[in-house]
Design a protein around this ligand. Structure first.
Ligand code: PAF
Length: 286
C-alpha cells in the first residue's frame, strides 16, 4: 500500500483534489489528531463509501474555552500519519493556523438556539462557535460530498447538522457509532492522559449510562437521572453534567421517554475532562 500523502497548505491539497477528485465522491474526516480506533473506524467507513478520502489533522484553538486544555491536548502527527497509512490511501491535510485562519477569514454566525445552551454549550462557552467555524472552513477547502463524525460527540453532531441545514451546505453528515475500548471506555484522544488506575475509575461513565438504560422501563427520565446521579457521586470523578435528552432538540426529558432518548455525561477524571453518551430507547427504523 502506498503511503498516504501529507499536505500542509490549502493550495497543495486543492491542487491534488482538483486533479484527483474530478467525478469522484470525496469523503472527509475532520480530526484534531491523536488518532485512535474511533478515528480509524470513521476513516474506514469513509473509504468504503467514497472514492477519495481526506483526513484533516488540526488542533483548533478557537474551540477550547480552557487554555490549559489546549496546551495539554496531545499532538502526535508522525504517529497519526503512520496509523493512517495502515488504514488505506488517504489524503492527509495538516495545515498551519495561517492556512485555516487567513487574514481575510470571516467568522460565520449560526444561531443554535437551545441546542447551543445545554450541556457542552453551557460548560464550554464559545466551544461550538469555534467548532462550527473550523468545520465550515474545512468544508470550504475540501468540498466533500460526505463528512464523517463520531457520535461520542453527540451534541457536536447535532450542531454540525444544524449548521449544514441553516447554511444549506452541499454535504451529507454521516453519523458513526462510538468505538469503545474492551473495558467499555469510549475511545478518546484524551485517554492517553489517563493513568491505568484512572482508566478504571473512568468506567463510572459507561456504568452510569448503562444504569440509566436499565431504569428506562421502571422510572421516568427525571427519576432515572436522579438515581444514576446518586450512584455516579460514589465514583472518584467530578461530574459536570448528566442529562437525559431528546435526540434532536437535546432538551432534557422529564416525564416521558421518547424514541432515541439519549443519556449524556461529562466528568473530570483527575484533570482530564471526558464525555460519553448512550442511546436509551431505540428509534424504530422506517
Ligand atoms: O471532533 C473533533 O475532533 C473536532 O471538534 C473537529 C470536528 C475536528 C473540529 O475541530
Amino acid at each position: 500500500m502506498d503511503d498516504s500523502q501529507v499536505f500542509t497548505t490549502v493550495s497543495s491539497l486543492r491542487k491534488q483534489l482538483d486533479w484527483r477528485a474530478k467525478d469522484s465522491k470525496v469523503g472527509f474526516v475532520p480530526t484534531m489528531g491523536a488518532l485512535h480506533h474511533g478515528h480509524i473506524s470513521l476513516v474506514k467507513q469513509a473509504l468504503k463509501a467514497c472514492d477519495l478520502v481526506v483526513v484533516s489533522i488540526f488542533v483548533n484553538p478557537t474551540q477550547f474555552s480552557n487554555s490549559e486544555d489546549l496546551i495539554k491536548y496531545p499532538r502526535t502527527l508522525q504517529k497519526d500519519v503512520d496509523l493512517l497509512n495502515t488504514a488505506g490511501d488517504i489524503l492527509i491535510f495538516a495545515p498551519g493556523i495561517e492556512d485555516v485562519y487567513p487574514p481575510n477569514f470571516e467568522n460565520i454566525s449560526v444561531d443554535l438556539g437551545d441546542l447551543g445552551t445545554v450541556m457542552e454549550g453551557q460548560f464550554r462557552p464559545g466551544h461550538f462557535n469555534g467548532v462550527m467555524n473550523v468545520v465550515k472552513r474545512l468544508f470550504d477547502i475540501v468540498e466533500p460530498q460526505l463528512a464523517f463524525f463520531g457520535l461520542k460527540d453527540f451534541q457536536q453532531v447535532a450542531v454540525i447538522k444544524h449548521m449544514v441545514n441553516e447554511l444549506k451546505l452541499p454535504v451529507k453528515i454521516v453519523e458513526c457509532d462510538i468505538i469503545r475500548e474492551a473495558s467499555g471506555l469510549a475511545s478518546s484522544s484524551r485517554n492517553v492522559r489517563l493513568s491505568e488506575e484512572q482508566k478504571v475509575e473512568a468506567l463510572a461513565l459507561i456504568h452510569t449510562l448503562h444504569l440509566v438504560k436499565a431504569l428506562v422501563l421502571t422510572y421516568s427520565p427525571k427519576k432515572a437521572r436522579k438515581i444514576a446521579f446518586k450512584e455516579f457521586k460514589k465514583s472518584g470523578m467530578k461530574l459536570e453534567y448528566l442529562e437525559i435528552v431528546h435526540p434532536y432538540t437535546l432538551q432534557s426529558l422529564s416525564k416521558k421517554w421518547v424514541p432515541g432518548a439519549n443519556a449524556c455525561i461529562a466528568a473530570y477524571c483527575g484533570e482530564v475532562r471526558l464525555i460519553d453518551n448512550l442511546q436509551l430507547v431505540t428509534i424504530e427504523e422506517k
